[in-house]
Design a protein around this ligand. Structure first.
Ligand SMILES: [Zn+2]
Length: 162
């Protein structure tokens, strides 16, 4: 790639131009590393504008693994089948690895149903955290997919807000 300020030829991994000191934007480096090919999903997620989507989706997935693990441990301790825990981990996998909107929607729907069910059966609103995770996952998987679809359609790279 070339420096946007002085036009010097740069290494594709360069963070700054060695000739004039101009910082190389992450977008330019990611595109140069793709070698003129359209970005794959993995590279697309490295764009600065996708940082919040990527981290929110990752956090949702990891939290679902944690809550799922706790659920499984509790169910095994009680000698019951750990269905809830398995569902949470599967949804976590779908959201974390698959960036799946369907899994995010299922997580939100399942967790809301679960809170209502717990409220009726025990009088306590248990599992509210999972609802928050589900809603966050819905917001960011949809954001990610709309940015990706826009890029696929006309090559528009997402721009960082603020
Ligand atoms: Zn330069």
């Amino acid at each position: 790639m070339v420096c946007s300020k002085c036009g010097a030829e740069l290494d594709n991994n360069a963070l700054v131009c060695p000739t004039c000191g101009q910082a190389v934007p992450d977008e330019a480096r990611i595109q140069a590393q793709a070698g003129g090919q359209p970005l794959a999903k993995k590279e697309f997620l490295k764009l600065p504008a996708m940082k919040s989507c990527k981290s929110n989706i990752n956090v949702c997935g990891i939290l679902l693994y944690v809550f799922g693990g706790i659920n499984i441990a509790l169910a095994v301790g009680l000698g019951t089948v750990p269905i809830d825990g398995i569902i949470l981990i599967l949804l976590g996998l779908g959201i974390h690895l698959g960036k799946s909107r369907v899994c995010a929607l299922l997580c939100a729907a399942y967790s809301i149903f679960n809170v209502i069910y717990m409220l009726y059966s025990t009088g306590k609103a248990a599992g509210v955290w999972i609802v928050l995770i589900g809603i966050d996952a819905v917001i960011y998987t949809f954001k990610y997919h709309s940015a990706w679809n826009k890029y696929k359609k006309d090559g528009t790279l997402p721009v960082e807000k603020n």
